[in-house]
Design a binder for this molecule. Structure first.
Ligand code: T1G
Length: 676
């Protein structure tokens, strides 16, 4: 097999080029080729070296697919030390994203030149790791401890301009003349002579207070994650320490994390998110439908949020409402949302105007005839949906994709209200639609392959993480939410409190528990709005205006800063319903709450898989991480079930009398995992 590394000469400068698509990951062949290149560079006729990459980016890190397999020599740390030890200038010529091991290779070089659009980062923490090839030791020495801490513990990349200001980049190159500029720079450094700037020979220092302040500032963000805490402790401990000692501690820290469950979970999600984009049975090169303009029906919270996704991606939107005031209110909310983003510095005023300029509000339903994709976000009623799709069928252009944003309803039934079921698909956005990353693409029985593929491609364009779901009540996410909600309400009847159930879920790593979530979303969502009709606790709360945070009271009472406290009135209402329900009261343990609310979700996930409503177990994990905030370091419900042990899950379900899904039982018995 030909090496991904080639060398060439420009006079007395050796250029080492990696061509290892798609991201020049530092797999064994690349490392071996680089090592050979460094050995060639030792020749007397070479005065300087440039290391660069072909394709879309400089090395984007170690090859994550190699983790867990026997490591082939040379290891990345050894290779980078060899680069740094060379007795002639080595220049890293960076474009794209120098990430993880890629950034560490650049740090091992004596100099770094980058195009302005390049980025540098240490995202290992997002894989539950810490930089394992000298990054935690060289970056503080080159760019300062504070920036190194920020980059390594948060994992977000910085632009070349900021890297230059920090001393991580020595020169900026022209976007189209990187290699030429790098060769000239290398030659200049060779001619200048003098000691080579080796990162490991520099000193790093920081005030001890820096680390405590950083910990406190980021406590919420890092809650439950091991890697950020380890990275902060490692840099704190090794700042001021000789490089050789510090890098030993780095190695130990890396080995501890890579063997841990959190890193396995985070790496699982890294690949699961990308696997979800692949639709079984549809060729990658299928011809997509051209979507130049999107139509959205309904300018409410969902319609407005959905529209913003496309506007932000530069796709024009025609938004339809039935009344001018609703239309004005909806477009006003969209502008306000953009302006709030601009106020945080994440958009410019021009970008706001640019996005809003692509919006065409109208009261004329027939204006949708110009759209290539039309998404309805109207009231969640099958009759209303059928009426809307019946009208769309008459006015939409041939080949237009007709999508429903329904959260639960049967997409096949909606499709049957048109003469073109092959063009109908579900696009289930999660509220707030302009913020939540998850999009469930609901595949109807007759949905055409190119419609699905077009929806998936659009999802990537609007920066959503999309998962294909089959037609069943609640699709994947909401269907698994149901057993959790049912059991949570039953546990209230049997003696648990909303606070206890929420506490268990938050301790597990969820951003909030079921009752906190209800108060945030609105206790009145889906309520029949008849205060005289009280059939359950939720009706009772809604009848007393306890609609959640927006009313200052719901399952909890809220102060003016929306800080929650247990509500004596809610306790009374629960007591009344406990008496009426006749449920046997008992001491509900935290373990029972996990078994009855989380194990039942896994059980439902097994049914979803067996019915083919999800393509793969990892898709279910992606749904729950991006749609409901499942803690990423637990890898999603199905990955977590594998780590809990399926036998333990089955025993827990049986203990409470649940019917165990056949696929779950089968895997528990055979020892097979949901995620191989
Ligand atoms: N290893 C293996 N495969 C990778 C990869 C990697 N590092 N990065 C991407 N891929 C695959 C990905 O799975 C997908 O495959 C394809 O490349 C395109 O990726 C020692 C230990 C670089 C910003 O964490 O952030 O270095 O689905 O769809 O949107 O200290 O990929 O096509 O089959 O994401 O243009 C640290 C991870 C590793 C960077 C490009 N590095 N990658 O985004 O393409 S650990 C990272 C990314 C490490 C050292 C430690 C992004 C990207 P497929 P993509 P993209």
């Amino acid at each position: 097999m030909t090496s991904p590394i080639t060398t060439s000469r420009q006079g007395d400068v050796l250029i080492i080029t990696s061509d290892n698509p798609p991201v020049n990951a530092l797999g064994a062949a690349v490392r071996q080729g680089l090592q050979a290149g460094i050995e060639e560079a030792a020749g007397d006729d070479i005065k300087a070296v440039v290391i660069t990459c072909a394709g879309k980016t400089f090395f984007a890190g170690a090859d994550i697919t190699e983790f867990g397999k026997p490591m082939q020599e040379p290891s990345l740390p050894v290779l980078i030390d060899a680069i740094e030890a060379l007795d002639k200038p080595v220049v890293a010529a960076v474009h794209g994203t120098a990430l993880g091991g890629g950034c560490e290779v650049a740090l091992g070089c004596h100099y770094r030149i980058a195009v302005p659009s390049a980025k540098f980062g240490l995202p290992e923490v997002k894989l539950g790791l810490l930089p394992g090839a000298g990054g935690t030791q060289r970056l503080p020495r080159v760019a300062g401890v504070e920036l190194a801490l920020e980059m390594a513990a948060k994992g977000d990349p910085i632009p070349a301009s900021k890297a230059k200001d920090a001393g991580l980049v020595d020169r900026l190159a022209g976007e189209d003349s990187l290699v030429a500029d790098a060769v000239a720079f290398a030659r200049e450094m060779a001619a200048a002579g003098g000691p080579l700037p080796r990162a490991s020979e520099k000193q790093a220092s920081a005030s001890p207070a820096l680390f405590e302040t950083f910990r406190k500032t980021n406590a919420k963000r890092f809650r439950g994650y091991e890697a950020p805490a380890d990275i902060i402790a490692l840099i704190e401990k090794t700042t001021g320490m000789p490089y050789e000692e510090g890098v030993q501690l780095e190695r130990q820290g890396f080995m501890k994390l890579i063997m841990g469950t959190q890193s396995a979970a985070l790496r699982h999600i890294f690949f699961a998110e990308r696997k979800a984009a692949k639709i079984d049975g549809i060729a990658d090169d299928i011809k997509l439908r051209d979507v130049k303009r999107v139509g959205v029906i309904g300018a409410g919270t969902m319609g407005g949020g959905i529209s913003m996704n496309f506007l932000s991606a530069g796709i024009p939107v025609t938004i339809v409402e039935m009344a001018q005031d609703a239309l004005d209110r909806g477009t006003g909310v969209m502008r306000k949302n953009y302006e709030a983003t601009a106020a945080k510095g994440r958009m410019t005023a021009e970008q706001v105007e640019g996005a809003m300029g692509l919006l065409k509000p109208t009261l004329n339903f027939d204006d949708l005839a110009e759209c290539d994709l039309i998404i309805e976000a109207v009231y969640e009623s099958m009759d209303v949906k059928k009426e809307v799709f019946g009208r769309l069928d008459k006015i939409a252009k041939p080949g237009a994709i007709l999508a429903s944003n329904t959260s639960y309803l049967n997409v096949d039934e909606i499709a049957a209200s048109t003469s073109r079921p092959q063009d109908v698909v579900g696009l289930h956005f999660f509220s707030p639609a302009n913020v939540m990353k998850l999009l469930e693409i609901v595949r109807g029985a007759k949905t055409a392959d190119d419609v699905l593929a077009t929806a998936m491609a659009l999802a990537k364009k609007i920066r959503k993480v999309a998962v294909v779901a089959g037609v069943c009540y609640g699709f994947i996410g909401n269907r698994m939410l149901m057993p959790r909600q049912v059991e949570a309400m039953k546990l209230l009847m049997e003696g648990a409190t909303p606070e206890q159930i929420d506490r268990v879920h938050v301790a597990f790593g969820m951003p909030m528990g079921p009752f906190q979530m209800s108060d945030l979303a609105g206790v009145d969502i889906g309520w029949h709005r008849d205060p005289t009709r009280i059939e359950n606790i939720r009706d009772a709360l809604a009848a007393e205006d306890r609609w959640g945070q927006k009313k200052g009271k719901g399952w909890y009472d809220y102060d003016e800063k929306r800080n929650p406290s247990p509500s004596p009135r809610v306790a009374e209402i629960i007591e009344e319903f406990r008496a009426k329900s006749g449920a046997t009261q008992h001491e509900v343990t935290d373990e029972e709450i996990v078994e009855r609310t989380l194990y039942t979700m896994v059980n439902e996930g097994a049914l979803i898989l067996a019915e083919g409503m999800a393509q793969r177990a990892s898709d279910i994990d992606v749904v729950w991480i991006y749609g409901y905030g499942w803690p990423v370091y637990r890898g999603g419900p199905m990955f977590w079930a594998d780590t809990e042990g399926l036998k333990k899950i089955v025993a827990g379900l049986e203990k409470h009398g649940f019917e165990v899904a056949p696929l779950l039982r089968e895997k528990a018995e055979t020892g097979e995992r949901f995620n191989k």
